[in-house]
Write a protein that binds this ligand. Structure first.
Ligand code: TYM
Length: 345
C-alpha cells in the first residue's frame, strides 16, 4: 500500500517581466481558490529566472512585482506562504541532489528547454538544462501533493514524478530502515483545470500567450490600463465567421476558441454557456463585451499592484516572513533526505 501524504499545494511563477492574462488565468486565480482548501505555498522562483540573463534591477523589481500580483489577486499571506525561492537555500541543495537523480535522457526530452535554448543550444546556460530538476526540488522539498499550473508545465510535472519515484526506489532499503515506509516523496498531482489552461497569443492562435513574446499586442499584461486592454482585444486576430453556438463549431478556429476560453475563465461561466449567450454574434459584438469584462476583473488588480509596489518595504516583509515559514518546513525534509542518502550532517 502506498503511503498517504498530507495534502499540500505548491506552485511558482518566474519574475521575468510583466505577468500576463495567461499567468493569471492559468495559475494565479487557482492559487487563490486553493488556499482555502489546503495548506498552500506560493513561490516567486527567482533562481529559475536567472537561467536566462536578467538585469539585476529588473530582477528585483519583477520579484516584488510577482509578489504584489499574488497579494493583489487575493492570496492571503497569513493563510498561505508567499516567498522568493533564493531566500530558502534548501531549494538549491535539493536541486543539486536531483541533478544526481535525474537522467540526461529525461532532460533531453524536455520541450521547454528546446524552445528556450532555440538554435543556439551551445550557448544556453547549464542552469537552463537542469531547470526542471530545480522545479522538482521546489515541489518535493515541501512534499507537495498538488501543483496548480498551466498546460505548458505538464511535462515538467511528469519529470518531477519520475524523480520522486526514482528516489523512492533507489533508496527503498533506507526508507524502510529509517521508518519512512515505501515512499519518502509523494507523486505530486498537476492541477491543470478550467477553460484557460493554455491562453494563446492574441496575434497568433497557435502560440502561447507569453511574457517573452516580442509583440506586446500579443498579450494582455496584468497591469495594462483599460484603453490598452480594449485596443488589444479589438486588434486580436480572428476569422470572419460569427461565433458558433456549440463547442464543435470552434474546431479549427484557434483564435475564436481562445477568446471564448478567456471569456469563460474571466466570467466563471463554462465555454458552452458563453457560446449559448454569444452564438451567432460577430466578433464586433463579442470583442467589446470581452474587453469590458477583462477591464472589470483586471482593473482593481492592477490598481492594487500599483499600490503595493509603492511600498516595497511591505512586500519585502511578506517575502521574508514567508521564507522563514517555508524554511521551517523545508529544513526537516532536507535533513531526512541527507540521512536517507548517507550524507553526514
Ligand atoms: P511561468 O513563470 O512561465 O508561468 C507561471 C504559471 O503561469 C502558467 N502560464 C500559463 N497558463 C495558461 N496560459 C498561458 N499562456 C500561460 N503562460 C504561463 C504556467 O503554466 C505557470 O503555471 N516552471 C514554471 C515556474 C515554476 C514552478 C515551480 C511551477 C518553478 N518551480 C514549481 C510550479 C511548481 C514557469 O516557468 O512558470
Amino acid at each position: 500500500m502506498s503511503k498517504a501524504f498530507t495534502p499540500r499545494v505548491f506552485s511558482g511563477v518566474q519574475p521575468t517581466g510583466n505577468l500576463t492574462l495567461g499567468n493569471y488565468l492559468g495559475a494565479i486565480t487557482k492559487f487563490v481558490a486553493l488556499q482555502d482548501q489546503q495548506e498552500s505555498i506560493y513561490c516567486v522562483v527567482d533562481m529559475h529566472a536567472i537561467t536566462t540573463w536578467q538585469d539585476p534591477a529588473d530582477l528585483s523589481a519583477a520579484t516584488r512585482g510577482v509578489a504584489a500580483a499574488y497579494l493583489a489577486a487575493g492570496i492571503d499571506p497569513v493563510k498561505s506562504i508567499i516567498f522568493n525561492q533564493s531566500r530558502v537555500g534548501a531549494h538549491a541543495e535539493l536541486g543539486w541532489i536531483f541533478n544526481c537523480i535525474a537522467r540526461m535522457g529525461w532532460l533531453n526530452r524536455m520541450t521547454q528547454f528546446k524552445e528556450k535554448a532555440g538554435k543556439n543550444r551551445e550557448n544556453a546556460s547549464t542552469g537552463l538544462f537542469v531547470y526542471p530538476n530545480l522545479m522538482a526540488a521546489d515541489i518535493l522539498l515541501y512534499q507537495a501533493t498538488h501543483v496548480p499550473v498551466g498546460e505548458d508545465q505538464k511535462q515538467h510535472l511528469e519529470l518531477t514524478r519520475d524523480i520522486a519515484q526514482k528516489f523512492n526506489n533507489d533508496y527503498a532499503d533506507q526508507l524502510a530502515r529509517l521508518g519512512f515506509g515505501d515512499a519518502f516523496f509523494p507523486q505530486p498531482e498537476p492541477m491543470i483545470t478550467g477553460p484557460a489552461t493554455r491562453v494563446m497569443s492574441l496575434r497568433d492562435g497557435s502560440k502561447k500567450m507569453s511574457k517573452s513574446d516580442p509583440s506586446d499586442m500579443s498579450r494582455i499584461n496584468l497591469t495594462d490600463d483599460a484603453d490598452t486592454i480594449a485596443q488589444k482585444f479589438r486588434k486580436a486576430r480572428t476569422d470572419p465567421d460569427p461565433l458558433p453556438s456549440e463547442m464543435d463549431g470552434l474546431e479549427g478556429r484557434a483564435e475564436a476558441a481562445n477568446l471564448v476560453g478567456i471569456y469563460a475563465a474571466l466570467s466563471g461561466m463554462t465555454q458552452d454557456a458563453v457560446l449559448g449567450e454569444f452564438g451567432g454574434s460577430q466578433f464586433s459584438t463579442f470583442k467589446p463585451e470581452l474587453s469590458d469584462l477583462a477591464v472589470e476583473k483586471l482593473a482593481p488588480i492592477a490598481a492594487e499592484i500599483r499600490r503595493l509596489e509603492a511600498d516595497p518595504g511591505h512586500i519585502d516583509q511578506v517575502l521574508k516572513d514567508g521564507a522563514e515559514r517555508a524554511d521551517s518546513i523545508a529544513q526537516p525534509v532536507l535533513a531526512s533526505v541527507k540521512d536517507i542518502m548517507g550524507l553526514v550532517r
